[in-house]
Ligand binder design. Structure first.
Ligand code: NAD
Ligand code: ZN
Length: 259
């Protein structure tokens, strides 16, 4: 059970307590999941009706093993692009960007692949993407980047067959990390540095069920930071947090937007 004094009783108490904690902190690291982007129209995985319920993710070994899996993976990507391609940063993204501009946040660690932290004003080098980025593609062998538009054109011209890299013949995949694919080492290292260096860690909109990403909140806590969890649903880490807010992210973070 989570002790009741840690769960904010209502929205205004949550905002007030969070405001105090932000004020008292010198180095804040936000850690975000799909929940920060749902108000932008991008569904999360694990909420009812989330992406998980519609499409089983294609594991990395299947992507490598079968042309049909690559075709299917790209078909889904383009269907997603048509649905969510125009998504703009939400209130949560804008509040975090305000704290970043104020010099309180050195960088954001995110599980999201939607590029919305960059779009809200974070410099690309200050967005630590644990699961990559879906807004461009690259060759898995030589690393050459490709635009999604290029892949789409080639697929359309090739009867729906996902193209291989023209320079080396390698497979081309969105720059995301699939289940079963190795975590990006540099991003993991940077996330760890930020996590152990902060005095306030904000876990926002993550079910904290995907590992190893889910390990960062506890790592922060063990290194002496205060831990805040903002998520509509309870998580397994609520008991370890100093403040738990089971409310809508945009509503909780809106007061921290500085225009
Ligand atoms: P998740 O789907 O497992 O959990 C999202 C959590 O956010 C849920 O617990 C839900 O209750 C909560 N939530 C949703 N909307 C909310 C709101 N408005 N206010 C408060 N809480 C809200 O997401 P995850 O933990 O990020 O893990 C899913 C994986 O899927 C990630 O690794 C990520 O790479 C990927 N993903 C990314 C995106 C994206 O980039 N936007 C979208 C879907 C999935
Ligand atoms: Zn290549």
């Amino acid at each position: 059970m989570v002790s009741q004094d840690k769960v904010a009783p209502d929205l205004s108490a949550a905002i007030a307590r969070l405001g105090e904690m932000i004020h008292e902190a010198g180095n804040i690291v936000p850690f975000t999941g799909a929940g920060i982007s749902t108000e932008c129209g991008i569904p999360d995985f694990r909420s009812p009706g989330g992406l998980w319920t519609k499409n089983r993710p294609i594991p990395f070994d299947e992507f490598l093993a079968s042309q049909e899996a690559r075709n299917e993976s790209w078909r889904r990507r383009f269907a997603m692009m048509d649905e969510f391609g125009g998504a703009k940063p939400g209130r949560g993204h804008r509040a975090l960007a305000s704290l970043y501009r104020a010099g309180k946040v050195p960088g954001v660690v995110t599980q999201n692949i939607d590029n919305l932290h960059q779009a809200s004003g974070f410099a690309a080098e200050h967005v630590i993407e644990l699961h990559g980025n879906t807004t461009y593609a690259h060759c898995l062998d030589c690393g050459t980047d490709y635009t999604l538009a290029w892949v789409r054109e080639r697929m359309d011209a090739g009867n729906g067959c996902a193209p291989d890299c023209p320079s080396c013949g390698g497979f081309i995949k969105t720059a995301t990390i699939s289940f079963g694919q190795a975590m990006p080492e540099a991003a993991m290292r940077r996330a760890e540095e930020l996590t152990v260096g902060c005095d306030l860690f904000l876990a926002i909109g993550s079910s904290l069920q995907v590992w190893p990403a889910a390990g960062f909140p506890l790592m922060a806590k063990r290194n002496g930071a205060r831990l805040v969890i903002i998520n509509r649903e309870p998580t397994d880490f609520d008991a370890a947090a100093d403040l738990v807010v089971h409310q809508d992210i945009g509503t909780v973070l809106e007061p921290f937007i500085v225009h």
